[in-house]
Design a protein around this ligand. Structure first.
Ligand code: NAD
Length: 306
């Protein structure tokens, strides 16, 4: 069996070593395609691969057509909107993600960016504190739960809304569950976004939802840029001089945000929520283990194209 690691942005060496150990211990061969610059290289590399580990790499119908021997693709990470799930299902290819492996990294960054913003981007001027503020967690999945854990340590009053997670599950963590996204945004001065990018959520964070946030509102986005209706967020920030937008996923309209909203807009230069040594190693090794579990025992626990 041939397992391909296809990463435009490679894993750290220690993660690749861990992946290799898992794959070779199972008696399989590991092949690396790192820092590729052209899709043709990927199309060539997938030809005889039985399994592929990717990061943000695009696996579309063309890649799946070229991968005649492919049985499984594992996205080392949480979001899998870079894989064409319908095409994978049509090609009889199992797609998995590695949930939870990078969620502490993303949560720590979300809280770090909150502190950075309320302390006026470390300008040396007097800021405000997070303690006592109401934090709304929009989607109580792996990242959302870690944000709740850390935010409670800061003394924040934590609320959450999740379309699919039962209220009791949220409340057993000492977090107040609300019944709708609208209620969450009306209640909380700070909202941290953790919804996946789906047909339903894309563009869903819009003017109507954000306009009723309390005075001094701040939206923190470590989810996906596609969930934001950027034109409407710009309009809202023009109408509300008290509103801050902080993200590690640079908006398409970054230049406009930066020019118009200096002092209340911040984006990291590159997506970096999961960019820690720990998350890199955890997600890479989990991907390798899931491939071995699938190929040897048919384990489909983390399958996302059911
Ligand atoms: P997860 O799958 O554990 O949790 C997602 C949660 O969203 C689930 O609880 C689900 O019930 C909820 N949900 C789905 N649709 C919803 C909707 N319409 N309204 C409300 N809730 C909804 O995923 P996670 O590990 O917590 O990651 C969340 C997202 O964060 C990922 O999908 C990914 O897009 C993003 N992410 C970003 C980075 C980064 O580097 N910035 C890293 C990891 C994940």
């Amino acid at each position: 069996m041939k397992v391909l690691v296809a990463t435009e942005k490679p894993f750290a060496k220690v993660a690749v070593d861990g992946i290799r150990k898992e794959i070779e211990a199972a008696g399989y061969e590991l092949v690396l395609l790192e820092k590729y610059t052209d899709k043709a290289q990927l199309l060539d590399a997938v030809k005889d691969a039985n399994a592929i580990i990717i990061r943000s790499d695009i696996v579309d119908a063309e890649v799946l057509d070229a991968a005649k021997e492919l049985k499984i693709v594992v996205r080392a990470g949480a979001g899998y909107d870079n894989v064409d799930l319908a095409a994978a299902t049509a090609h009889n290819v199992c797609v998995m993600n590695t949930p939870g492996q990078n969620s502490n990294a993303v949560a720590e960054l979300a809280l770090g960016m909150m502190v950075y913003a309320v302390r006026n981007f470390y300008s040396g001027t007097s800021g405000t504190e997070l303690m006592g503020k109401k934090l709304g967690i929009h989607a109580y999945g792996n990242v959302g739960r870690n944000v709740a854990r850390v935010a409670k340590g800061f003394g924040m009053e934590v609320y959450a809304y999740d379309a699919f997670c039962p209220k009791e599950v949220i409340e057993k963590d000492g977090v107040k569950a609300v019944g709708s996204a609208e209620e969450l945004y009306k209640t909380c001065q700070v909202v941290s976004l953790h919804i996946p990018a789906t047909a339903e959520t894309k563009n869903s964070i819009n003017y109507a939802l954000l306009k009723d946030m309390p005075k001094g509102a701040m939206l923190v986005n470590t989810a996906r840029k596609e969930v934001i209706n950027e034109a409407e967020l710009i309009k809202l920030m023009e109408d509300r001089a008290d509103f801050k937008y902080i993200t590690d996923i640079m908006p398409a309209a970054n230049a406009e945000f930066a020019e118009k909203f200096a002092g209340r807009y911040f984006s990291t230069p590159k997506k970096m929520g999961a960019q820690t040594a720990e998350a890199n190693i955890n997600a890479g090794i989990a991907a390798a283990q899931q491939i071995v579990g699938f190929l040897k025992d048919g384990c489909e626990k983390f399958r996302v194209n059911k």
